[in-house]
Design a protein around this ligand. Sequence first.
Ligand SMILES: Nc1ncnc2c1ncn2[C@@H]1O[C@H](COP(=O)(O)OP(=O)(O)O)[C@@H](O)[C@H]1O
Ligand SMILES: [Mg+2]
Length: 221
Amino acid sequence: MLVLIGNTKGGVGKSVETIQIAAARALQGRNVLVADGDRQGTSSKAIGVRMSAEIAPSIACVHFTKGTEYHTQIRHQAKLYDDVIMDCGGHDSQTLRYALGLADVVVVPYQPRPFDTWALEQLSELIDEVQAARLDAGRPPLRVICHLNSADPGINSQDNIDAEKVLVHFPQLTFVKSALVRRKAFPLSAAQGMCVFETMPAGDKSCDELKRLLKHIFQGE
Ligand SMILES: Nc1ncnc2c1ncn2[C@@H]1O[C@H](COP(=O)(O)OP(=O)(O)O)[C@@H](O)[C@H]1O
Ligand SMILES: [Mg+2]
């Protein structure tokens, strides 16, 4: 499956989620490629840490920042992998647009804070454009999963509830109740190129949250 972790906003947790999802799928025995399209190269650095430490299973990684190059390479390389997890920069770029064209599903993380919810307007307009282009090209619509990352702990957090309500205005962004709460375990494991299943005890809340998110994305595949 081609999964894009995408948002036109930076700092929402795209790279942390890219590594969490890629490592979790690799652990399930999938042949995984991380396709980094962000000039910052955070995801490719993290996969580099995993490779240097020779952590198994290994995860392949490529880093292309030029839109046309990203598109050509990923379109061809995707055939060699079970899953491609794409991470693009947090702004409207050619790379992001190509990735939206290639993806089966886009996972949109956002934080339960005003700047993040404001930014969803720009993203929803971009998704509309992409869906129209896919329709014209006879391609299936892009599946969109929008969820909270760095959510406040506690199911009754008012900020989480308010951030969810904002999505009523953006029907093209399907909200799923599958938050990753703000926990050190996510960025600390990701910085080693690992997911929480590899660094935390099985019953940890971070593991339950990641498991739930994976179910929404891959739907049993
Ligand atoms: N669930 C989380 N819990 C705690 N910190 C997080 C979580 N997700 C992301 N972060 C932190 O938030 C910041 C932005 O995350 P990052 O993945 O780099 O965002 P992006 O790739 O969207 O710019 C980083 O400092 C990262 O460590
Ligand atoms: Mg990033």
